[in-house]
Design a protein around this ligand. Structure first.
Ligand code: FA5
Length: 340
């Protein structure tokens, strides 16, 4: 019988050699030491044997079991090492390869410019207001002292949707909306937003562009407040390098009215094709709120004064970042956008 066990050992070795996985190893183990293994046959024989043979057989069985355990565990180590080696080879990482580039989104230069202006104005105590892009003729023109047939309406060629509605041509209609809601109380707001005009697109004009409207209404507001506010805003935006000039102008909703120009960033004021030889770029219109406008929206011009301004965001962004064509802002070219 001990001889039979010796033969089994060489069978076990052979089968373990052929086993390729943990599952196959366990199957070999069960086959040789499990309930249906040839050991059961040896155990059966033990019952009939004399005491001395039983002792010898018991020793041989235990030795066989330990042998199987050791062989299985040795083979298990080999299989595990081979599996690790296989994985290492198939999942090999070349740590010298360059990493994957992740492209991060960023703010559009116009959004950045609006945020900067908003931050400066909020620092001066302004609140942010909003108004609709589809406006009525009443708010876009009439409440701004531009009755039907007024020649100054032609200053802003409009996209009409029907006889009453149009795409707002400027952010100034928000003035009237805010004044009507404020019910005679002081106002200090800015309103950023898109505006639309039937202008021909060129390097400095777009049919859709953005403005920020500013409106301050209170007692004893003077032109000096307007000038000081705009000069501070411009200096904060451009530093002290660019020159600013206030030029008398005309808007039906302000009296007196001014336009503010900033030196051309391209030629430094000497005159070039971009500034059409003038050396300046107009960036905003402003003035003291016209008494008619105050009156139409519920303010007594005898006791209340105010100033208003409307600046062109694209023009400011062009000066700020040295961009020589307004159309870049609307082409969504990643080569342009990723510079900001
Ligand atoms: C107005 O729109 C007035 N509502 C501004 C105002 C507000 C005056 C409050 C007084 C009181 P104007 O048409 O000049 O004004 O436009 C204001 C600014 O918008 C200009 O200075 C310019 O920077 C910009 N702008 C005007 N037209 C265009 C255009 N087609 N493309 C790009 N920017 C423009």
């Amino acid at each position: 019988m001990t001889e039979r066990l010796l033969n089994l050992k060489s069978e076990v070795r052979e089968e373990l050699k052929n086993a390729k996985s943990v599952h196959e190893l366990n199957a070999v183990k069960a086959r040789y030491v499990g309930k249906k293994s040839p050991l059961q046959e040896v155990l059966g024989k033990m019952r009939e044997a004399d005491a001395e043979t039983r002792k010898a057989l018991g020793k041989a069985i235990n030795e066989f079991k330990s042998f199987v355990e050791e062989e299985v565990s040795a083979r298990l180590q080999e299989i595990t090492a081979a599996e690790i080696q296989k994985r290492l080879e198939s999942e090999r990482l070349d740590v010298t390869l360059p990493g994957k580039r992740f492209s991060a989104g960023r703010l559009h230069p116009l959004s950045k410019t609006i945020e900067e202006i908003e931050d400066i104005c909020i620092g001066m105590g302004y609140e942010i207001a909003e108004g609709p892009e589809i406006e009525t003729d009443h708010y876009n023109f009439e409440l701004l002292n531009l009755p039907k047939g007024h020649p100054a309406r032609e200053m802003q060629d409009s996209f009409y949707l029907d006889v009453v509605h149009l795409l707002r041509t400027h952010t100034s209609p928000v003035q009237a909306r805010v004044m009507q809601k404020a019910g005679g109380k002081p106002i200090k707001i800015i309103c950023p937003g898109k505006v639309y005009r039937r202008d021909n697109d060129d390097a400095t004009h777009s049919h859709q562009f953005m403005q920020i409207e500013g409106l301050v209404i209170d007692k004893d507001i003077t032109m000096a407040d307007l000038k000081g506010t705009l000069a501070l805003l411009m200096r904060r935006m451009f530093g002290d390098e660019l020159e600013i000039r206030f030029r008398p102008s005309f808007f039906p909703f302000t009296e007196p009215s001014v336009e503010v120009d900033v030196t051309c960033f391209k030629c430094g004021g000497e005159g070039c094709p971009l500034c059409k030889g003038t050396g300046w770029h107009e960036v905003l219109g402003a003035g003291m709120v016209h008494p008619n406008v105050l009156r139409m929206s519920g303010y007594d011009p005898e006791t209340n004064q105010g100033f208003a301004f409307g600046l062109g965001i694209e023009r400011i962004a062009m000066l700020r970042y040295g961009i020589d064509d307004i159309r870049y802002f609307y082409q969504n070219d990643p080569r342009f956008l990723k510079q900001f």
